[in-house]
Design a binder for this molecule. Structure first.
Ligand SMILES: [Zn+2]
Length: 247
């Protein structure tokens, strides 16, 4: 996972339709908070707004066509899911715990809450899990402050993921065993076998290029050095692992 730098100005559809839809949601909640808390009423969200083509495009640019969590390139094989960092429909503090409703309905159209992710990171792993270090600080409605929360999941747009998670070869680990790094690796399944296999293949290439640099035969060494530099850019697949390996 690497830092994601989104454009300062949200896509227009979020500023216009998204802002209107948010007002309707918060008004509906204020009229009947208990019904939404008990699950008797639930919200409907408009994916035509939060997953609008312009939103996806802006996220693809900010994330260099990679999953915000596992850094896999997926643009050539799938559209990717627009993922809500704070879950929209309901949340669980722990795995296997029942869903608590409502979710973060007031952040459904919020630029800061949106990422593009691969289907596996989103649906199979993260799903509705959103643990906090201090569960009593949880924002339960639009009247509460999310800035008081202390999420255990790293936010790629706020946190510096590489200060929390590094790699031994292709295996991610939490630096000094930090809890946020550990939780993020676990919740997102960043150690899953298929992903580790892809990263290992990638690392084989990195390693071979470094050998070429070490052997020092020109012009191959210079070419390999340039390629290694490029492979460390944010735009490249598994940049965090490549950077960790070459450090
Ligand atoms: Zn992913």
């Amino acid at each position: 996972m690497i830092r994601v730098r989104k454009s300062a100005v949200p896509p227009e559809v979020l500023r216009t339709k998204g802002a209107r839809a948010r007002r309707a949601l918060t008004a509906a909640y204020s009229r009947a908070p208990r019904s939404y808390q008990s699950g008797r009423k639930s919200f409907e969200f408009d994916s035509g707004i939060y997953a609008h083509e312009t939103v996806k495009q802006a996220l693809r640019e900010a994330q260099h066509d990679k999953c915000a969590f596992c850094e896999s390139n997926f643009a050539h094989i799938s559209y990717g899911d627009v993922e809500h960092f704070r879950p929209k429909g309901g949340w669980s503090q722990k795995e296997g715990e029942p869903l608590t409703q409502p979710g973060y309905y007031w952040l459904v159209y919020e630029w800061a809450n949106l990422f593009l992710s691969c289907t596996l990171c989103n649906q199979k792993f993260k799903s509705n899990l959103f643990p906090l270090q201090t569960p009593t600080r949880r924002a339960r409605s639009h009247q509460d402050e999310v800035s008081l929360e202390d999420p255990l999941l790293l936010d790629p747009a706020v946190d510096e993921p590489e200060a929390f998670i590094s790699f031994r070869k292709e295996v991610p680990y939490a630096l000094k065993g930090n809890r946020r790094g550990r939780t993020t690796i676990h919740i997102l399944g960043l150690q899953r076998a298929e992903l580790a296999e892809q990263r290992r293949k990638h690392l084989d290439h990195v390693q071979s290029l470094r050998d070429l640099v070490d052997i020092g035969v020109e012009p191959y060494a210079t070419r390999a050095r340039k390629l290694l530099q490029r492979m460390q850019h944010d735009s490249e697949e598994y940049a965090a692992m490549t950077r960790a390996f070459l450090r």
